[in-house]
Design a binder for this molecule. Structure first.
Ligand code: DP6
Length: 334
């Protein structure tokens, strides 16, 4: 590697899990206790530029314009170490990352972050990985990032080893016009980050039962997506989200991610569905409610949400594409 920067940029979307990942069989490798299914979110994205530079003595990270130190930087450096080893390089990297959505609020920001970072950093180092290899690599940074590498509707196979724990598309972006009307009820940082939560999942008496039923829920969800069967989809998605939150609430220490307004939105959604609207809810490790609906019903879901509280902020996304390189290093003049 020469002393001039080898640079590449990549864009990735966060994803919303319909069947959740919660708990690992191997925390270091982030091998999940169960497989999961998700959809990428097209209107939300993270763009990351990585420049490998022999003149740097440490990695640097600028997140949404702010220079990072401590834990966020350490996590990135750890991931860059894996890539340095893969590419047989020693150079440090400058990482600049920007997202158009609030970080750490139950939108899987680490998913888009590590998907974009993995793609930009490997490409800048001159590595060409297959989609499967890239997905497994992104998983080492953040489990859900494995699902932000392929496009559209995605399944992550839990696997037994690093190589066989990866995600792939089960249906393309145009297969089904589902929309995630995200009700941001609290834009602040979440209380306990997912990485910590995964490690205490096993302390809940309910985790074993949740894992035992996961394959069946994966099969039901996968079929509902492939057959565009919204009632079946809504049933399994809400059930799976409730199961994960039951595990969270019964872990030691207990994790309560819901806010009072989250519960109001969830109850209203069930009522709206009984009245014919094709919408269901799912929540990640935060209080914000992802209202998943058929595209034609999205405007109505949006206006109904506004009637619940004037403090709710709304972001709307359809199915998003795969992680993409946005500037090829070959085009960057040294
Ligand atoms: C609740 O992928 O954020 O959003 O692997 O520690 O980075 P780490 O965790 P992360 O966990 C996501 C948990 C979830 C459910 C899901 O997205 O499947």
């Amino acid at each position: 590697m020469t002393s001039s920067p080898h640079r590449a940029s990549a864009r990735a979307h966060p994803n919303i899990a319909f069947i959740k990942y919660w708990g690992n069989t191997d925390n270091r490798l982030r091998l999940p206790a169960n497989g999961s299914i998700s959809m990428n979110l097209d209107s939300l994205c993270t763009e990351t530029t990585v420049s490998w530079d022999d003149t740097l003595v440490v990695d640097t990270l600028v997140l949404n314009g702010e220079l990072q130190t401590g834990q966020p930087l350490e996590r990135i450096t750890e991931h860059l170490d894996v890539i340095r080893q893969l590419a047989s390089i020693q150079a440090r990297a400058q990482v600049i990352s920007d997202s158009n959505f609030p970080i750490g609020a139950g939108i899987a920001s680490s998913a888009a972050a590590f998907a974009a970072l993995s793609l930009a950093a490997t490409r800048a180092a001159g590595l060409e990985l297959s989609e499967r290899e890239m997905s497994a690599l992104a998983r080492l940074g953040s489990g859900s990032a494995s699902r932000s590498i392929p496009g559209g509707f995605v399944q992550w196979y839990n696997g037994q080893t690093h190589e066989d724990s990866y995600a792939e598309s089960i249906a393309s972006t145009d297969h089904w016009h589902l929309v995630d009307v995200l009700a941001i009820v609290e834009p602040g940082h979440k209380r306990v980050v997912s990485s910590q939560g995964h490690q205490s999942a096993h302390t809940s008496d309910l985790q074993a039962a949740r894992i035992a039923g996961a394959s069946e829920r994966i099969a039901l969800c996968r079929r509902a997506i492939l057959e565009r069967d919204f009632p079946a989809f809504a049933r399994v998605v809400e059930h799976d989200s409730n199961l994960m939150h039951a595990v969270m609430m019964t872990s030691q220490p207990p994790l309560f991610y819901w806010a009072p307004l989250s519960l109001t939105v969830m109850e209203s959604i069930r009522e709206w569905r009984e009245n014919g609207l094709r919408v269901c809810y799912t929540l990640d490790a935060g209080p914000n409610v992802h209202c998943i609906c058929i595209g034609e019903d999205a405007d109505q879901v949006r206006s109904l949400l506004m009637t619940l509280s004037n403090t709710i902020e709304i972001r709307q996304s359809g199915p998003g594409g795969p992680a993409m390189v946005i500037i090829d290093p070959a085009q960057v003049k040294d």
